[in-house]
Design a protein around this ligand. Structure first.
Ligand code: SAM
Ligand code: SF4
Length: 481
């Protein structure tokens, strides 16, 4: 086994006596932050001799990077662990040891309970400890069952290995970069402040260096991510905290980066410099995920969202004034404790008033330890399901109307990979819609102007106009509005 940077080999001798590279299979559940974290875990394990595999049955190490946001997401982990345990037993019969690790927010929230419930698990590691993976796995190799859910004093971003050029290229032309983690907002339904901890922002120089490395490996689009990304306040090179607006302005200068996005934003943190960035930066895409959760002031107050429906509409109006072609998406929770029919009706009305291009909607899921789980007037599940159905119908109708408005218009598409049919590529519009176009494979990574000629439920189809040397969105205002 190859050893990284003179550190001890994680397992000592390979149990099969083979010296080939080890394989790690990482499965991500939940949000983009977990996808990013999974990549960083793979990058940290690469110098230790681990190559990534998409097949869990080939892996020596299986990591489940878990999500705790809703009960369903957390329960999925245990059914997945049942399947992996069978693979582990089969490998043991062949004399091969498979190590199972649970990472992410379920690991943070449930800690040792995971090993009690699923004894095949060897390692439980919280989101703030990924940089310690090699050392933790070395302890596992010595026969310990290891649980690390601390919030360590050292900054994991200072220690986590950067991706190799090859790994970055393999991950495509669009990349996520975590700039902020944790949350201090304490919405009454949400586990994030408990599982991810207090809000922390990465310094500007560290983020810019990571973006420059990505650009150098061929990445064209960067999405800055954080649980509450627009609360970003990382230290700038001037020693002062910078806003997300200023950070975007700086990143827009990185050569090769043609498109910028950020997610997820809280409506209360859409401050002036961020709105100005939308006005001034052509590479900042005119599409904003701005979760509102509910259209009812009564429910918003019970959720501790700290804004009203009118505040939200005012923010939307200011964004539209800054960037007339902007479109919006949102998250909604239905069946929050105490939500009445008239509250729900105001949510439905808000969907139509904004005309969202897309949105996610969820049934309220009581999370242990959060205030809302203890509230009176919990809504019966059947009623939640019925409201979810009606909300999704309203969202679908608005999304279809938005897509229909794109027909006949031209806009820039970043080509990402081969499309569904031979000769086709699929790319993303400024509004994140997948667009299928007949184009040469050499155009992957390029931005070209496409005229939309056809739409289906989930995709747009278009024809190529002229290739563009640089990113520039050219949507007509009526599409966004
Ligand atoms: N920070 C973002 C914000 O404030 O909008 C949201 C981050 S959260 C990871 C993603 C979404 O999960 C939330 O916007 C919310 O709609 C949903 N969510 C969070 N807790 C939930 C719960 N207990 N039940 C149902 N949905 C939940
Ligand atoms: Fe959770 Fe977002 Fe509220 Fe923070 S702002 S508590 S992450 S829903």
């Amino acid at each position: 086994m190859r050893q990284g940077h003179g550190r001890p080999a994680i397992y000592g001798n390979h149990p099969t006596g083979m010296n080939g590279p080890r394989k790690v299979h990482i499965k991500s559940f939940g949000c983009q932050m977990n996808v990013y974290d999974s990549h960083r875990m793979a990058d940290t394990l690469a110098p230790e001799g681990f190559a990534e595999t998409a097949a869990p049955e080939d892996a020596d190490l299986v990591i489940l990077n878990t999500c705790h946001i809703r009960e369903k997401a957390a329960e999925k982990v245990y059914s997945e662990l049942g399947r992996i345990r069978v693979l582990k037993q089969a490998a043991a019969r062949e004399g091969r040891r498979v190590v199972i690790a649970v990472a992410g927010c379920v690991a943070q929230a449930e800690g040792e309970e995971i090993i009690r419930r699923a004894p095949a698990v060897d390692l439980v590691v919280g989101p703030q400890s990924y940089h310690r993976l090699p050392a933790l796995l070395a302890r596992v190799a010595r026969g310990e069952a290891v649980v690390d859910t601390e919030f360590p004093v050292e900054d994991k971003f200072d220690v986590l290995a950067p991706p190799s050029r090859a790994a970055t290229r393999a991950r495509g032309v669009s990349a996520f970069v975590t700039v902020q983690e944790g949350c201090d907002k304490f919405c009454t339904f949400c586990v994030v402040p408990y599982t991810r901890g207090a809000e922390v922002s990465r310094p500007v120089a560290q983020v810019v260096a990571e973006v420059a490395r990505l650009a150098d490996a061929g990445v064209r689009e960067v999405t800055l991510i954080g649980q509450n990304v627009n609360a970003y306040h990382g230290d700038g090179p001037d020693g002062r905290p910078w806003t997300l607006g200023r950070l975007l302005e700086r990143i827009a200068e990185v050569p090769g980066i043609a498109r910028l996005r950020y997610t997820t934003s809280h409506p209360c943190d859409m401050e002036a410099s961020l709105i100005a960035a939308h006005r001034e930066l052509p590479s900042l895409m005119p599409y904003l995920h701005l979760p509102v959760q509910s259209g009812s002031d009564r429910v918003l107050a019970a959720m501790n969202r700290r804004h009203t429906r009118a505040d939200y509409l005012d923010t939307i109006a200011r964004m539209q004034a800054a960037r007339p072609d902007i479109a919006f998406s949102s998250d909604f929770i239905v069946g929050f404790p105490g939500e009445r029919e008239q509250d729900f009706d105001t949510t439905l009305a808000l969907v139509d008033e904004i005309g969202y291009a897309s949105a996610f909607s969820f049934k309220y899921s009581p999370r242990p330890g959060t205030p809302a789980a203890e509230m009176a007037e919990q809504v019966p599940d059947a009623l939640k399901s019925e409201r979810l159905y009606r909300l999704q119908a309203a969202i679908d109708r608005n999304q279809a109307a938005f897509n229909a408005r794109c027909l006949g218009h031209s806009f820039d598409v970043l080509f990402e990979k081969p499309g569904r049919h031979p000769g086709q590529l699929v790319g993303r519009s400024p509004y994140l819609q997948p667009v299928q176009v007949m184009a040469a494979p050499s155009m992957i990574g390029e931005i070209a102007t496409v005229t939309i000629t056809e739409i289906s439920a989930n995709s747009l189809f278009g024809t190529l106009l002229a290739p563009r040397a640089r990113a520039q969105t050219a949507m007509l205002a009526e599409i966004g509005g």
